[in-house]
Design a protein around this ligand. Structure first.
Ligand code: FEO
Length: 400
């Protein structure tokens, strides 16, 4: 794959990680990319972002298609997380005259990862770099997605390079959202946001506000993961972010559960039927097979999460505990929860589920649903009523 022009004088020179299947615990079934951009001015040239160490040769090959790496004048580090920055030293070695620039937080992060001998110039909102006919502007964007994060903007070609923001974990031979299909790209944007940016939604909202306040017109949004947004895709991506940040939901209910001998599975399906018949959209996941990232993507626009586990050794099964810990980290806001599960003689799983969901910030408006050993006709009827009760709770007030 060659270097690809994303705007006049801006070339994608990043790397495609086709085989990535796990990004710090978030499943990435479609791989990812580490995007880096070469911004070519009349006098100077800047590389915006680098890549993971093992992909540095791929990056340098693409840079070489445009210019000799030794002629690069600046390396802009928008974010120090290793997916973008672990290859910095190797890139610096190939670009010995390049000055490294980063936010003040980035300076500290680069020191932490690479050592104090790496010289880095701090830049902020008052700084610009003149490349000759092209300018780089910067705005620190703390917590989008780490304290060091920064957006870089080139006003002459209306190109925003916001690193993780507007990214998707998507490996493809195409470089633009309109090439892979806009609906698919927006769905991948949602999956990424749900799993990476939900805990920092306030910071993302502030970042979008700062871009607007700065008067930065965006003809191209070139993130550091996945495909690039241009043309009509820009307003689609912006509109999607508005909805994500606002926490827009539907009447969807997510049901996620583990099962030992099938009893909690029966309860889950009856709960789902009860909720569906009462008018809710339902997504049901057996935790033996479901991907957590898929569950949390659906949780993003759901109003309720119902979590099930039988009791084993007086507590919940470990897959249920793992999901709850994952959701605790994401901290979705404004949602209700429920706990259900079968038991043999001691019970205990639904209390643990209730405690963890409460700690995560879920409102728990309904008593847990349990049954002993195997659901009988009464248990099945109760499960349907329990599901229907949640369907009532997640309905818009105007629909009740
Ligand atoms: Fe793509 Fe926060 O790193």
């Amino acid at each position: 794959m060659q270097a690809i022009r994303v705007a006049d004088g801006i070339h994608w020179v990043g790397a495609v990680d086709w085989n990535l299947r796990d990004f710090h615990g978030f499943e990435t079934p479609n791989g990812s990319t580490y995007n880096a951009y070469l911004v070519v001015g009349e006098d100077k040239v800047a590389l915006v972002d680098t890549v993971k160490t093992q992909f540095v040769p791929e990056l340098l090959e693409r840079v070489t298609e445009v210019l000799p790496p030794g002629s690069i004048d600046y390396i802009v580090v928008n974010h120090v997380e290793p997916d973008h920055n672990s290859g910095l030293r190797e890139v610096m070695h190939a670009m010995p005259q390049a000055e490294v620039v980063a936010s003040a937080g980035g300076v500290k992060g680069i020191e932490g990862y690479h050592g104090a001998d790496v010289k880095v110039r701090p830049v902020g909102a008052d700084d610009t770099i003149d490349l000759g006919g092209k300018t780089l502007k910067f705005v620190p964007m703390p917590m989008v997605h780490w304290p060091d994060s920064m957006f870089t903007y080139c006003p002459e070609v209306g190109t925003l390079m916001p690193n993780d923001a507007f990214g998707q974990h998507l490996a493809s031979s195409e470089r633009f959202a309109d090439e892979v299909g806009l609906d698919f790209a927006i769905e991948e944007l949602a999956v990424y946001y749900a799993n990476i940016l939900t805990p920092v939604a306030t910071a993302v909202g502030k970042a979008i506000g700062k871009v607007a306040d700065a008067g930065w017109v965006c003809d191209v949004i070139a993130p550091s993961h996945g495909v690039v947004w241009r043309g009509e895709a820009i307003s689609a991506a912006m509109g999607a972010y508005d909805r994500f940040i606002a926490g827009e939901t539907t009447n969807k209910i997510v049901i996620a559960y583990s099962t030992m001998w099938g009893s909690t599975d029966v309860l889950a399906r009856e709960i789902a039927d009860g909720a569906t018949e009462a008018g809710s959209e339902v997504m049901l996941f057996d935790l033996n097979t479901a991907q957590f990232g898929h569950i949390t993507r659906h949780l993003m626009d759901a109003r309720a999460l119902l979590v099930g586990s039988p009791t084993l050794h007086r507590g919940m099964l470990h897959r249920t505990a793992a999901l709850l810990q994952y959701v605790w980290g994401i901290r979705p806001k404004g949602k209700i929860g429920g706990a259900f599960g079968s038991l043999g003689w001691s019970g205990g799983s639904t209390k643990q589920i209730t405690d963890k969901l409460t700690e995560t910030g879920f409102e728990m408006p309904v008593e847990p649903l349990t049954c002993q050993y195997k659901p009988d006709a009464d248990d099945i009827a109760q499960a349907r009523v329990w599901g229907a009760r949640f369907a009532e709770l997640v309905r818009e007030p105007a629909e009740r």
